[in-house]
Design a protein around this ligand. Structure first.
Ligand code: K1U
Ligand code: ZN
Length: 173
């Protein structure tokens, strides 16, 4: 396993629509393992392949927050939302590609998701709570959408300016 660098907004790769994965290869299994290591190290509860510069439809997540519970690392290939609840919930979201910026985002409270697992099997599950918020945030990444795209233009611009400044400072350091 290897940690991969996380892209910081703005970056054209974070605005691109990722390509479906054709087959589960060793390269995809390696990508999943590297993404989990990168996510746990950050630390984060999710990560999508475009955030590490790979424009393929792969995401990882583990939303187990209670440290007395065992971790649940998940790798979802070609995930698709097949049902969304009418009920919505609001969560103060963050993003590893937009460090230290948080905002309330309203999304369906529950979603059904279908995906391919790393053993090639087809899976589906209903997600609720933080898992539902996270899987929708990560699928948005696969479609080139960031949580700040749900905000009013002025707030989005302010956050983007802060990120441009942060990237400039990081490049100088
Ligand atoms: O996709 C990402 O950028 C990861 C992001 C996922 C996410 C967070 C909140 C709501 C929806 C999706 C993060 O993991 S940000 C970091 C974070 O939330 C966290 C970090 C440490 C402990 C607990 C949470
Ligand atoms: Zn994110």
């Amino acid at each position: 396993m290897a940690k991969r660098p996380i892209l910081i907004h703005p970056d054209p790769r974070l605005k691109a629509v990722a390509e479906p994965v054709g087959a589960i290869t060793d390269e995809i299994r390696q990508l999943g393992a590297d993404m989990l290591e990168t996510m746990y190290d950050a630390p984060g509860i999710g990560l999508a392949a475009p955030q590490v510069g790979v424009l393929q439809r792969v995401l990882v997540m583990d939303c187990v927050k209670d440290e007395t519970q065992p971790p649940r690392p998940m790798v979802l290939v070609n995930p698709e939302i097949t049902w969304s609840s009418e009920e919505v919930s609001t969560y103060e979201e963050g993003c590893l590609s937009i460090p230290e910026q948080y905002a309330d985002v309203e999304r369906p409270a529950e979603v059904d998701v279908r995906w391919t697992a790393l053993d090639g099997s087809e899976q589906s599950e209903r997600f609720a709570g933080l898992w539902a918020t996270c899987v929708q945030h990560e699928i948005d990444h696969l479609n080139g959408r960031l949580f700040i795209d749900y905000l009013k233009p002025l707030r989005r611009q302010m956050i983007t300016r802060k990120m441009v400044k942060l990237k400039r400072e990081k490049a100088r350091a």
